[in-house]
Structure formats: C-alpha cells, structure tokens
Design a protein around this ligand. Sequence first.
Ligand SMILES: O=C(O)[C@H](O)COP(=O)(O)O
Length: 308
Amino acid sequence: MKAVITELNWPVGIDMLREKGFTVIYQPELWKDREALVQETADAEILIVRNQTQVDEALLQQVPHLQIVGRLGVGLDNIDLKAAEQAGVEVITAKNANAASVAEYVISAMFHVTRPLAEAALDVKGGNWDRRGFTKGELYGKTLGLIGTGETGIRAADRAKSLGMHVIGYDPFVKTYDYAVMETGIDMMELDAALQQADFISLHVPLTPATKHLINRERMKQMKPGSWVINSSRGGVIEENDLYDMIQTEEIGGAFLDVVEKEPVDPDHPLLTLGNCFITPHIAGLTEEAQSRTSKMIAEEIIQRVGK
Ligand SMILES: O=C(O)[C@H](O)COP(=O)(O)O
C-alpha cells in the first residue's frame, strides 16, 4: 500500500508504516504544489496531512484508490468531510494527542502577560535593573474564560485551577452535568456572561460557519478593559480588523494568537505592529512529545485498519 504524507510528520509514525511494508512518500512541502500532490496521490491508498493540504471534493475525485485520510492533529477545516464520506474515504484524527501541549501554551501565554520574564531578562542584558517595570500581577485569583470546553479546554482549566484561577466556560455542545467539566470545576455559563467576567478569554473551538468571526467587535466590547484574548484554535474565529481596533483603542488589554486567518501571517499584518499583540507560528500543539504521539497514533490507526 502507498501512503503519501504531504506535511510535516515526526519520524516515529513514518518508520512504523515502513516497517509494516507501506511504501511511504514523505514530502512535507507537497501541499504547496497541488498538481504534484494529485499526481503523487493518484495511486495511493493513504493520505496523511496537517492543516494546509486542502482535501476537497476535487482532490477526492482524482484519487480513486484512497481509503484513509490521516489528520496529524484535530482541526478538520481543511477536509471536506461530506465529500470524503461520499467517496468512501475514512478520515482519522490524532484525538487528544496535542491537548496537553495546547493547554500548556494557554498557561504560558497568560504567564507571558503577567510575568514577562524573558523581557525582563533582555532588559537586564541591555544594562538595566528595572525593578518596577515588570511587576504586572498574579494569575492567582484571576478568571480564565474558556470558549469551548472540549479536551484542550478542560486540560487548560485543570492547569489554571492548580494556579488558583477561577475558570468559567461556555460551550453550547457540552451539558452542564458533563462529568469532565464538572470534575474540573469549570463554571459553565452563557457566552455573554463569560466574556464579561473573564480576565483571559481562551478559544478552544473548531472553525465552522457557526464559529467564524465569533469573536468580533460586538463580543469584545463585552470584555473587561485590560482583559486578553488567547487563540490557539483557528484564526478565522476572530475578526482581525475588530481585534486590531479593540487593542489599539485599549478597550481590551491585548491578544496572544497562535493562529491567524491566513497562515503564514502577512509580514505587513497590522496586528504585528501592536505592542500588546503577540503572534506565534501555530506552535501550540507542536511540542516533541505531542508530535511523536500524533505521528504514532495516526500510523497505529492506519495499521490497525489496513496494515498487513
Ligand atoms: O488542529 C490541530 O490539531 C492543531 O492545529 C495542530 O495541527 P496542525 O499542526 O496540523 O495545525
């Protein structure tokens, strides 16, 4: 069987597939060249992607042997699930494999706001000894508002709780008596209330028509002055022009974004000019541990289904 991997993958899963006799084509830049992608996948049974390869109806029609699409992550906004189902192609994800890493990203982002240690250390290297400029505050006693309380939200909540934070959440798909949510002690409420009460709003939702630009001017107007938005989900969930205005006019404190609507970010993107907006290159789930886990999980699932 032939497996084509069109984006970055860690070696462990590639080795596992090869050991089971799969012919593995690993071309981490292949997603950029649609024609080459179609050509390489035309006789493949397995396609392994991240978030850039557009697995749409047109592609699915050109790859008649395809049986499985393995997604090295959880976001499915680049995969047409309906078209895959119609084509008889199963889509498998690396469920929860990067959740701990994403949760740690959220905590790191909050600490970056309250305890900017790297900036303080750089300032010292610059010859200063400023004991007053970096005294921002504690996370203890602050409120983290989770929009989306699935696996990454719950793990972020768990870690925030251990820091003495109050955690509130909104998720229309999660029942208030959901066991994991209850056990973690997330105080579930309506979106408006969560926006109004949180010191940090962290987004943990997939990009769907319902969540596109969910965080827009109107919603951010409800947030506390000085509060921050953290986005490790998908860029499209935030209306970026509105976010720019809200930070620029100091109606909110700032934003920590791991994702933007168009990736890689345009070097001229206005958000990059703001001192209180930090953009990282979609790395929340990209730790060694999470990616080895992801790579292994997808290989295992494929081998279980079609491996000899
Ligand atoms: O959807 C996900 O799981 C994360 O965004 C990580 O996946 P990616 O590295 O393919 O974006």
